[in-house]
Structure formats: C-alpha cells, structure tokens
Design a protein around this ligand. Structure first.
Ligand SMILES: [Zn+2]
Length: 105
C-alpha cells in the first residue's frame, strides 16, 4: 500500500482552502488563520504556513492594476472625490482581499 489517500493536486486543494494531504479537512480557521493541524487526517500545517509571502504577491500583482484602474476612472470620467469612495476604494479592497485566501492556500 503506497498511500492511505489518493494523491491530490496541491493547486486544487490550495485554491479551495483544503488540506493538501486528504483534501477534506479545512486549512483555515477564520478568513486567513491557518489551523495548527487538519481536522480530518491530523496533518500538521505549521510546516506549510507561508506567512506574508502570498500577501506580497497579491499586493504586487492585483493592487497595482486596481490602482491603475482607479487612475483610469479618474481620467476617463473625472468623478468627484466622493465618487471614488464608491468606485475605486471598494474595487481596490476587493482586488487585494479576494485572491489572498486562494493564493495563501
Ligand atoms: Zn487532512
């Protein structure tokens, strides 16, 4: 018997925030809090905590374009400052927060 569990593609389990070993336990406790171990197979997650790494990539590759879009809105529509509050700000926040969890996983 080679392995107790079927081999799982790490990208697939990572994006869904699932245990890389059994694919059933959940990696996260809250939104971005890594559990100490898998609640299904007991795999220790501490070895895999990527800490601030993914956040750095998210900031570089999504927040920069989001700010660029905000600048484009400014140039294209010349909105009043309060318009930015409802367009650019949520857009920037979403672009930063949405990919963070799948990337960390
Ligand atoms: Zn597991």
């Amino acid at each position: 018997m080679a392995s107790q569990w079927a081999p799982l593609p790490p990208v697939k389990t990572g994006i869904r925030g699932l245990c890389p070993w059994c694919g059933r336990g959940h990696l996260f406790e809250g939104f971005l809090t890594l559990k100490p171990k898998c609640d299904v197979c007991g795999l220790d997650y501490r070895f895999a905590d990527p800490a601030g790494g993914p956040a750095f990539f998210v900031i570089c590759f999504t927040c920069v374009p989001a700010v660029a879009v905000a600048c484009w809105i400014e140039v294209a529509f010349t909105p009043s400052p309060w318009m930015h509050l409802f367009t650019s700000l949520p857009l920037t926040l979403l672009a930063c927060l949405l990919p963070l969890r799948p990337l960390k996983g």
